[in-house]
Design a protein around this ligand. Sequence first.
Ligand code: CTP
Ligand code: ZN
Length: 401
Amino acid sequence: MADIIPEQRVDEEKIYVSKIEKGVVIDHIDPCKGLLVYKALNPEPDATSVIAKNVSSKRLGRKDLVKIEGEYLASSQIDLIALISPRSTVNIIDGWRVKEKRRVKPPTEITYILDCKNPVCASRGQMSAFRVNLKEPIEHSHLDCTYCGYRVFYNEAIEAILNKASSNLLFSRSRIKREFLNLLLSKGGLRTEGGYVLKSKRVSPYFVNLGALNDGESLSRLRWILAGYAWILLNEGEIEDFDFIFGPAYKGINLAALTCEGFNEYVGLNKRYIYDRKEIKTYGDTSMDMSIVGAEYLKGGQKILVVDDTITTGFTKVESVKKIIEMGENKVVGVLVCVDRQELSEDGSTATEKLERALNVKVFSILTAREIFESLKPRLDATKKNEWIEYYEKYGAIKLH
Ligand code: CTP
Ligand code: ZN
């Protein structure tokens, strides 16, 4: 006997394309605009994705549909979708379920996604911004540069947005990891000549120093990387939503500030950041911020994401986080670090495990030693490659080959 397809399933347009586990679904796209949305979003070449054209829809009669697995939108990209197809719905999928559904709104202003063509415009090298003069239909709209008033008509704007698509990047783990590694390598934040003596006295074939990323360009890219990674963790339910970002002194401070700024900039969520002092303050209004700067905003029962460069189980760091928790039954939702060296310490456990145990939270890293090695491998000569392998043979929580 042939299998009977349940009646309800035949009705659903879902029959055309399978469900996804996590990622974004842009639904109710005007017919024939799906490809445009897809091109403008420019997913990773190897992303699992679907463009469905002219699917039947109760609301629109016909619609297009775009699904991208494991990638997430910045707010500017939601505006972009709205500009191309103002009736679209953006669904965030997690664990096979629709976690969030948003009807897009035609934007009155767009930032980032379009550059001004006026050669003497003050927006050059800055964040571009255009006022959108919405008309019905949207194709009759025009956009004016908020800096110089330069006018672009709708079709021209869409074409320019498509040309710029490679710089309006969706947030995906693989893209962020690649961007971060490139940033580290190009700015001297990752050294691979070898012979580096670490605090542990181990002689390492590589050295990570986020302090080398101290120019404006690096900081701006780091902001995208940090906020993007935290946004993915949030979308994929790896961490709960949080109110504060805590950056342990010293290196964590600016990383927390960058993550915080990036959240506002790219995701449109306004969080606060706090940090600790290494030296307790003994003057001024010492009631609140003697050791934790920004503590006066912690009203209790709040959720905190910790952001740092690498994982160390440093006594003061753990103490600071505990102090913040105790300030009013606050909760740490997770720790995000830039690089995990995946090494074992004397007692046979990793720094990650120790920190996870001490704080009873999960630690996430943007890049691991294994990922760094795998990316560098094709460029390493046999001797260098062996140095890495032997180092991890001796000290690693992982084996390399
Ligand atoms: N979807 C998906 N993978 C999932 C869940 C949903 O690809 N795991 C897609 C569905 O195919 C649909 C969209 O996400 O295109 C929204 O899902 P849902 O809210 O379940 O569908 P509708 O009720 O049809 O949405 P709406 O109310 O927006 O019309
Ligand atoms: Zn301009």
